[in-house]
Design a protein around this ligand. Structure first.
Ligand SMILES: [Fe+2]
Ligand SMILES: [Fe+2]
Length: 364
């Protein structure tokens, strides 16, 4: 389809591919029927955390953003990074806003409203940063024209929980690295990542609560769905980042080390709620993902070739990726025990019990 009136970046963000950020919709009525009363006080506590709005004043660009970045290293991949991030943030903003429209429970409505506020702010910050670089990404066009993928509520919970937590792990890992090696800060936006990723961590805390309030989501055959989503999210990130190794190199990072650190952290965190996580310490785990990266790069080397030999090779390589992913899925998972379970992050309070109401709110 030709869309001549749209900017190149908007058109790019509209394209659908397996590994690109998507927009989601779900069965909101089914979510509206969820019962959370058993954990009402805990949800009220996190609602109050969101209401506090820790990052209210954080997302303001300073004069450093107005410098000339025409000659920055890896400008194109950096812009693509902004575009993908902006699309993903905006996707969360829209999904959470739809929840507010459809849900009747006042606690859940308030929480989704605050989370939509945060994601809207994140998307806006990225969008303005792109505008500073003279790149236009029209979010209202994306909202109207991008295809929405329908997921059952439980799949939305598994996937959104992970995308919040992996978002946290990705941002904090970049931030900590640049904190140690500031000579690799190619753009000021990375200095905003620390407080930014705290928002994502908090969003993930809410989804972990939501899943715990529905114990059926965390037991029985759903354990297989949990493993499936863990693998889908991890493999997607690994393949995506492998294709962008030069961008990570421009930040002074080896993409593979970076990804493995992020995945290990995300896997640890997700044991807070998931009864099983992936065996990232089994040497076969990353050996399989590395094989997928190798097949994927052979597919890209075939480029747009449509001749029968290239098509046959692409089919063979795609099925080799599928075989490796299935083998990874079948590796014995790690079972969460009370000893190994993630206890929380420093600086982030866990629900202290009903006494939270009598305590004063922590200062900024
Ligand atoms: Fe966000
Ligand atoms: Fe988020």
């Amino acid at each position: 389809m030709e869309m001549p009136e749209l900017s190149g970046t908007t058109r790019h963000a509209l394209k659908e591919a397996i590994l690109t950020p998507r927009f989601y919709t779900t069965d909101f009525d089914q979510i509206d029927r969820l019962k959370i009363d058993r954990m009402r006080d805990e949800f009220e506590w996190i609602r109050a955390e969101f209401e506090h709005d820790y990052n209210k004043k954080h997302f303001v660009r300073n004069e450093e953003f107005l410098a000339n970045f025409d000659d920055m290293p890896e400008r194109e991949p950096f812009i693509e990074f902004l575009e993908r991030s902006c699309t993903a943030e905006f996707s969360g903003c829209l999904l959470y806003a739809e929840m507010v429209k459809h849900l009747k429970d006042p606690t859940l409505r308030a929480i989704f409203k605050y989370m939509s506020r945060d994601e809207g702010r994140h998307a806006g910050f990225l969008n303005k940063t792109m505008a500073d670089l003279n790149v236009a990404l029209d979010l209202s066009v994306l909202q109207k024209r991008k295809k929405y993928t329908h997921f059952k509520p439980k799949f939305i919970f598994y996937a959104t929980y992970l995308s919040e937590k992996i978002g946290y792990a990705r941002y904090i890992t970049i931030y900590r690295h640049l904190e140690k090696s500031p000579e690799w800060i190619i753009h000021p936006i990375f200095k905003w990542f620390e407080q930014w990723c705290n928002d994502e961590y908090r969003h993930g805390e809410f989804f972990s609560m939501l899943m715990r309030s529905q114990p059926g989501l965390l037991s029985g055959l759903n354990r297989n769905w949990i493993r499936f989503f863990l693998l889908a999210v991890y493999a997607t990130m690994y393949l995506n980042d492998a294709r962008r190794s030069s961008f990570y190199a421009a930040l002074g990072l080896n993409w593979r080390d970076y990804d493995q650190r992020v995945l290990r952290l995300c896997n640890d965190i997700s044991s807070q709620v998931y009864p099983v996580t992936l065996p990232v310490n089994n040497p076969q785990f990353f050996r399989n993902l590395d094989a997928c990266v190798e097949y994927d790069s052979q597919i890209s080397q075939l480029g747009g070739r449509k001749d029968p030999i290239a098509m046959a090779q692409k089919a063979r390589l795609s099925s080799a990726i599928a075989t490796r992913l299935f083998a990874t899925y079948r590796l014995p998972p790690m079972t969460t025990t009370e000893v190994t379970r993630w206890k929380g992050l420093e600086g982030f309070p866990n629900y202290p019990g009903p006494e939270w109401r009598t305590k004063t709110v922590t200062a900024d």
